[in-house]
Design a protein around this ligand. Structure first.
Ligand code: SF4
Length: 236
């Protein structure tokens, strides 16, 4: 599997380039809140919701002085306001109760497995959100799996799974050193721009020759649309 991942990563870089990384690693709390906001919406809307919180509050502690429904009005642009405000509120409250302060700095020195275990123990935090913290805030060689990464990896034939969480665990520890960030970001671009859920644009796809998908299209029209704004590389 490592060899296949290396090959696909190389083809994606040849086509899309090396995805830019944030100059300074974002604070783990910024990433976890940004990722909660990103569920089931696009990066532009989750970024607006994230900015509404950042621009209206001095720090994350201030949110714990509100009730979830009061947080909801700042983030409604990202959808699922009730669910997301509850997850953010409960996470901040739990951190305050457990550590007497709102911070995730303590995870910087612990193993990937322990971080996954700890973060997923909070209500509303799943494996995808926890793995985004590992990749984007701690620069660990971990590839978060969203619907795009799950779909493309299955179609290409790197895994054969029926949900993103299983895909995540299949590829965990099989990513060649140092490639997780580019592999993750470029698979998302592949899924958004070529390997769409319906009518993938296989004729123009940069990994066509290495893809095992039986339903490959032969004559699809060009639907190429550059889509490279990545929320989690833009959090500060
Ligand atoms: S060849 Fe088609 S199915 Fe395979 S990854 Fe590319 S767009 Fe997706």
């Amino acid at each position: 599997m490592k060899k296949k991942i290396r090959k696909i990563n190389q083809l994606l870089i040849e086509h899309f380039g090396i995805p830019p990384k944030a100059k300074k690693l974002p604070d783990p709390l910024n990433t976890i809140i940004g990722t909660i906001l990103s569920q089931n919406t696009n990066d532009q809307n989750s970024y607006k919701a994230y900015r509404n919180l950042k621009d209206n509050f001095k720090n994350w502690d201030e949110l714990t002085l509100l009730k979830p429904y009061q947080i909801e009005k700042y983030i409604k642009v990202a959808g699922l306001g009730k669910q997301k405000s509850k997850a953010i509120y409960e996470l901040l409250k739990s951190l305050k109760k457990k550590q007497k302060r709102i911070s995730l700095n303590h995870i910087k020195n612990i193993s990937d497995d322990k971080i996954l275990e700890e973060l997923t123990s909070y209500n509303g935090i799943g494996v995808k959100t926890a793995s985004c913290v590992l990749l984007f805030s701690l620069d660990r060689n971990i590839c978060p799996v969203d619907t795009h990464v799950h779909r493309t990896l299955n179609r290409i034939g790197i895994v054969k799974t029926n949900n993103p969480e299983k895909t995540f665990y299949e590829i965990l520890n099989k990513i060649p050193d140092g490639v997780a960030h580019s592999f993750h970001a470029n698979l998302i671009r592949l899924g958004r721009e070529f390997c769409k859920p319906a009518k993938p644009n296989c004729p123009q796809c940069p990994v066509n020759k290495n893809c095992k998908y039986e339903g490959k299209t032969i004559n699809s029209k060009s639907n190429y649309k550059k889509n490279d704004f990545m929320l989690l590389d833009n959090l500060s």
